[in-house]
Design a protein around this ligand. Sequence first.
Ligand code: DOR
Ligand code: ZN
Length: 345
Amino acid sequence: MQELEIIKPDDWHVHFREGSILKAVVPETSRHFARAIVMPNLSPPILEGADASIYQKEIMDAIPENDEFSPFMTLYLTENTNCKNLEDSFKNGLIFAAKLYPAGATTNSDSGVKNIKNIMPILEKMSEIGMPLLIHGEVTNKEIDIFDREKVFIENNLEFLCKELPDLKITLEHITTKDAVSYIKQGNKNLAASITPHHLALNRNSIFLNGIKPHNYCLPILKREVHRKALVEAAISGNSKFFLGTDTAPHFKKDKESECGCAGVFNATYCMSILAEIFDQNKSLNNIERFTSLNGSNHYSLQPNSKKIKLVKRTYPINFMDRIEVEKDSIVVFKPDFPVFWEIV
Ligand code: DOR
Ligand code: ZN
């Protein structure tokens, strides 16, 4: 049996939703993670500090008694964002970061930003006060192929932002391409990227082979194997610009399996096991702590957690649970297409 102790991880990108889903999924994250950045794409979105404060209380109420967990709140940027409220909410510690969704890019992004140039005054203010910008980096133009949307965003938008605002702390979220990996590597010191377990584990075949797999549909969409490999290389390298943001995104099973299925993979439950397996397969367990517990806090100028967790390699693979029952429906739990031997104890 192999064992590994690491500093308790953080998840720098989660979706908790609201109501019954939130109650069901918060414990799945708070079990293994000390802190998480909570996405604001509710319907309606979290636009001001007061919305975030109510939402944070709902999350806190769903944390099991024995878990020590801190949710870090975000605001959803629009072309009408109240700059004074954003500044005040950041300065008084209620809000940790702001999220840029290009309008139409993903779940509940319709009130997002149509043209980044229209929010430059807000971004300038964020740069001035040291507030991180989290970006869903995909263009939404209909003529751009869905598999190219991240690459084109980097060329058309991210490059511009980094040039205009070199002091702005930027996280390019859930990167999916080798192009993103190489852009981030050569970027300025304020630019970093989060990577999800599902983009490390699967390539686009997992959506389409042997029948369509709606539970592997997420955005940005899974890419070719060459891209998955580049993401794995980045994650296992220990490079401080890459860290874990699971993008765990629960949707009801019926909404994933519908005629117009939602994008999102719910991966909170086995995320750390899956990552340990991937790092182990790549003979890089020595770097998992950097990826899950050090690089993210370093990017956000925070101290690492003081607690530790233990990972244990079993001789038999984990028997994954299929789903979490919620109301009269369920949320399907992400599992990769390889056996996973690592457990968190
Ligand atoms: O797959 C995704 N699901 N990607 C996102 O960007 C949003 C998320 C969600 O909220 O469901
Ligand atoms: Zn997300």
